[in-house]
Design a protein around this ligand. Sequence first.
Ligand code: KG4
Ligand code: ZN
Length: 357
Amino acid sequence: MAGSPVVLGIESSCDETGAGLVRDGRLLGQAVASSMDEHARFGGVVPEIAARAHVHAVAPVVREALDRAGLTLADVGAVAVTTGPGLSGALQVGVAAAKSYAFSLGVPLYGVHHLAGHVAAATLDGGPLPDPCVVLIVSGGHTSLLLVRDLARDPIVHLGDTLDDAAGECFDKVARILRLPYPGGPAIDRSARDGDPGAVRFPRPLTGPRDDPYAFSFSGLKTAAARWVEAQRTTGAEPRVPDAAAALQEAVADVLTRKAVRACTDHGITTLVVVGGVAANSRVRALAEQRCAAAGITLRVPRPGLCTDNGAMIAAIGGLLARSGAEPAPLDVAVDPSAPLEYAALTPLPHRTGRAA
Ligand code: KG4
Ligand code: ZN
């Protein structure tokens, strides 16, 4: 194998503009700019604002990541970019920037799936992932239990997905109900520190004996939280927000970790990988650790800064693709805002040429 290239990864699928530099599975430097504050007063990401913020942030973020790595653009040997899924306008900014870097440097470009990037983040903390492993991916838009073999080459098997809301979406929506600030996940995590998780009884959706053991459903939790707040207010009491936050966090962490551990034991797999923004949640991390230890499962969770959206994870998956000899993307590769998670690379593979990009 020729020397592994330094891969520049660019992420712009939602409200974070991320750039990261990875060589040989090692993180050399990264930088992230967020337009979160600009969305806060709207209570959610405004696509046009996000896209405009990416335009302003992308070049400075790439420069900052290079500075932190002690590198210059001339050191970059490949570029990887999120081509989907995500907000169309936001994705287009990152893809346009990545094409410009790849074209002007004369290096290959890899179009990658955002969620495969989340999975690859785990390789930056603790090295390559074992083949096979079970991956629990929990972000603002997705919640899935996956069976992953060679991430760069093999199709990704979905053991189960959410039937409605994603886990992060549940945190964000309940935070709004509780009048906690946006983004809701970190706000619930902070508020829960002062709360009693046993003070409110929230359901554990799809955990009955007849339910699909690997499917998730979180929209009922949102309704349960809304009912609880309403019931508190009708008694004249101000809702104890920390208690509700702690109880919600406990319900989500319980369901996620219970099903993830079950997927491992059912399939005889000894490594569980937990990734995505919700993997930054303190209770999800603690309960996953406790339950994996009890079941003899090795747990891999990246540090919190690599769980939420970033460019390093995109560089990581780009590096894996480059090292496995994957075909680079053509320079006219388009964004795919609703790309399903089938393969890590989002470049048109022979069996996908019929897909709208
Ligand atoms: O992976 P991510 O950064 O972006 C997507 O791909 O969606 O995930 C964002 C989600 C948001 O819903 C956010 O509220 C949630 O991750 N999140 C958290 C925490 N940090 C971020 N949820 C719970 N606890 C946290 N500490
Ligand atoms: Zn993400």
